[in-house]
Every structure is written in C-alpha cells, then in structure tokens.
Write a protein that binds this ligand. Structure first.
Ligand SMILES: Cc1cc2nc3c(=O)[nH]c(=O)nc-3n(C[C@H](O)[C@H](O)[C@H](O)COP(=O)(O)O)c2cc1C
Length: 389
C-alpha cells in the first residue's frame, strides 16, 4: 500500500504539471500527431490549402473545436463543435470564441498569401447570447480574388508558432523594439495592448503583483475538483492515446505513461488540496511564473461575441509577431475565467491591468520571454474537422 500511495503521489504531481501544460513532459510526440505542421504542400484545392493553415491556430486546451462545412462551392462555413467546450473553466465559452478568432486570423493570412480577400461574415444567422453558444455558425467566409492584395509577413510564422510553457530566461528582458512590434501586430483589431517588462522603471513591484495573481488563480483551478477534472478529461497520456486523439494536452513522460497503463493514475478523482500532487505542481508553476521577464495583455471595450472573436484574432497576431522575434509566450487564462471561485483573482487582475469593470474585459494575459524551443502540439488534421453531408 505504501508503495502504491507513493507512486500515485509522484504520478499525480507529474500529471498535474502537464495538465497546466506546464511542461513536465519529456519524449517525442508520434509523427502522425504533428504531421499537420508540415503544412499543406502542393494541395491543389485553394480552400483546403487555406484551412490547412487555419487549423494550426492556438485553441484553449488544444480542443480544436473548429468544424468547417465546404459543401457550398466558394464558401467556408465555420461552426463550433459542441462536444469540444470547457463548461467548468470557460462557462460562457469566451475562450472558445477567442480560439475561433485565432482560426479566422490564420485563415485570413493564408487567403491573402494566395491573393484572396477573405470576406468574413461573423454570426451570419445571428449572434449567440452572452451565456451560451449554440448550433448557429460562427462565420461564413467567401473568397474574392484580389491580386493586388499585399501578403502579411506574419503568414510566414504560422508553421513555427508554439505555445511555450518552459522556464524562461529571467535575465533576458524583452527588448523595447519587440514590445513595439507586438503592439503593432494588434493594430488591425480594436484591442488595447499592454505590457510590462523587467527592465522598465518600477517594474519589479508590478511584476511581483502579477505573478502573485497568476499563482493564486492557478491554485484555485487545481484545488477546485470540477475544474481540475475538466482538464484531466483532455489529457492524452502516451504515444498511442496522443496519436488516436491528436488534441488536448499531451503527456509523453515515460514513467507517467507506464503508471497510467498500470492503472495507477485515476483521471476521475481529484487529489485533496493539500496533496503532494498539488504542492508539487504549485512549486513547478511558481518557478515558471517567477522566470518570466514580462507579461502582455489584451483588453477589450465590451465583451460581445464579436469582440471575443476580435480578441482571438489579435492574440493570434501577437503570438505570430512574437514568433518572428524569437519570443516564447504562454497564456495565463486562469485569472480571467468567469467561475465563482476565480472572482477575486478576476477582479484583481482587471484592477492591476487597468481594465475598467464592467465596461472593459481582459481577454488575454500571457507571460513572455525567451526559452528553449518546444515541439508543436498535436493537430487532428483538416479531414477530421470537415462537416460531412
Ligand atoms: C483563448 C486561449 C486561451 C489559452 N489559455 C491557456 C492557458 O491558460 N494556459 C496554457 O498553458 N495555454 C493556454 N492556451 C494555449 C493552448 O493551450 C494552446 O494553443 C494549445 O495547447 C495548442 O498548442 P499550440 O498553441 O502550441 O499550437 C490558450 C490558448 C487560447 C487560444
């Protein structure tokens, strides 16, 4: 029993490390899970070529909730897969809508690359209410040839962009021109861009406060069983599970994979708040958050569904611009989540980032810096995301 309990604790700690996407993984992902990152190559179909780039967009928990209907010639109808939501941590599907915005931004960049203007009509059958999304489409996209359309250089970064959850190099601040380039990237969309870097005057206190909110919010997610178990549901442990699903949070650590196979990790049961598993994870997170030499954020006026899509589009551009500059980025959405237990962190981060409530919403908050490169995250591949008749 002793040994079993020990194994469970150690295993749990590692699992929790990876749940937060906090990079306790080692080992390589199966080739088929990351094949989409080779790009579409000489794909002859224009819509498929464009969409093969769009599916490389970031998505909360790597859910890839994008479904595309190509049955009407010349049109791409984007829908949201109702099986791929996060009702506990994202009860109003704000992050899901942002993730659809990320998809549309990459779609737009890819279309431009081919001399096509993507005419995007958001919510063509009416917009969702603030509480719930439904079966109506998110966007209808039509392509209009416009040979003089200038390509956007951010397109070149699509295949290289990664979410990086490693420890960052604290001693390497983000250079001033880089902040400028990130701010520029947001410009096409109506979001307020903010940042703080360790070399700015008076930054130490502000950085410290932000780190503290990140820690508190992370702890809340871990000790709230229903939010932790929601993440467990999207864990993919070991090569065969990763290759089968090609979504969610990948764990390739060999020891953990072995423990899971032996049935020593129960994904249906959350550890107690004082469990070693939770403490190990918090320690790991603390080290990562303390290593960040900077933070960025995006604040919107209003929080309608259209605004959430715009926020996602802006975030995709920030990450692509960061990729071009060799910057690592890691979103920290926990404090921005709208469930009761996070109310305090939510209020605090809005206050710290100067987002007036209730008129303004912090849509994205992320740490930024320099880190070792990471592997791409799995993708299901375009065919898995097409609506069939
Ligand atoms: C709206 C949104 C919220 C996200 N929130 C988090 C987060 O809180 N923590 C985290 O580690 N990653 C977060 N991510 C990153 C996703 O987990 C990541 O995009 C996904 O795992 C795919 O990996 P990739 O970005 O490397 O392609 C978020 C991404 C989006 C678009």
């Amino acid at each position: 029993m002793q040994r079993r309990a020990f194994v469970r604790l150690v295993g749990g700690g590692v699992v929790l490390g990876a749940v937060g996407g906090l990079g306790a993984c080692s080992g390589r992902l199966p080739a088929e899970a990351i094949a989409a990152w080779q790009g579409p190559g000489a794909e002859p179909d224009l819509r498929r070529w464009i969409l093969s780039h769009a599916i490389l967009a970031p998505h909360s928990h790597n859910l890839q909730s994008w479904l595309v209907d190509l049955r009407t010639p010349g049109e791409m109808l984007l829908r949201c897969d109702p099986q791929r939501l996060l009702p506990e941590t994202d009860p109003f599907s704000r992050q899901i809508m942002m993730s659809h915005g990320c998809f549309l931004e990459l779609l737009d960049l890819a279309a431009r690359q081919r001399g096509q203007r993507a005419q995007i009509t958001l919510f063509p059958e009416g917009t969702y209410g603030p509480d719930q999304i439904d079966a109506r489409p998110v966007a209808r996209v039509r392509l209009v040839a416009e040979p003089t359309l200038a390509p956007d250089p951010l397109f070149q970064q699509i295949l290289s962009r990664r979410t990086n959850r490693q420890v960052y190099a604290l001693e390497r601040p983000v250079p001033a021109p880089a902040w400028q380039a990130l701010a520029e990237a947001v410009r096409p969309h109506p979001l307020r861009f903010g940042f703080i870097g360790s070399d700015q005057a008076g930054a130490a206190t502000a950085l410290q406060r932000q780190r503290e909110v990140a820690r508190q919010a992370w702890r809340t997610e871990l000790v709230t069983p229903r939010t932790l178990l929601e993440s467990y549901r999207w864990l993919r442990i070991g090569a065969s599970e990763i290759a089968r699903h090609r979504d969610g949070i990948s764990i390739t650590d060999p020891m953990l994979t072995a423990l899971d196979r032996l049935g020593l990790f129960n994904r249906q049961q959350a550890p107690a708040p004082d469990d070693t598993a939770i403490r190990t994870q918090l320690k790991d997170f603390d080290a990562k958050i303390a290593s960040a030499p900077g933070f960025v954020w995006l604040v919107s006026e209003g929080n309608s569904r259209v605004v959430q899509i715009e926020a996602g589009r802006a975030w995709a551009r920030v990450q692509l611009a960061g990729t071009a500059l060799g910057l690592a980025m890691h979103p920290l959405q926990q404090a921005l989540q709208e469930y009761a237990e996070q109310a305090q962190a939510h209020a605090e981060i809005h206050r710290l980032l100067g987002a007036e409530r209730p008129s303004h919403t912090v849509q994205m908050w992320a740490r930024v810096g320099h880190a070792e490169p990471v592997e791409p995250a799995p993708r299901r591949g375009l065919d898995a995301q097409l609506v069939r008749g």
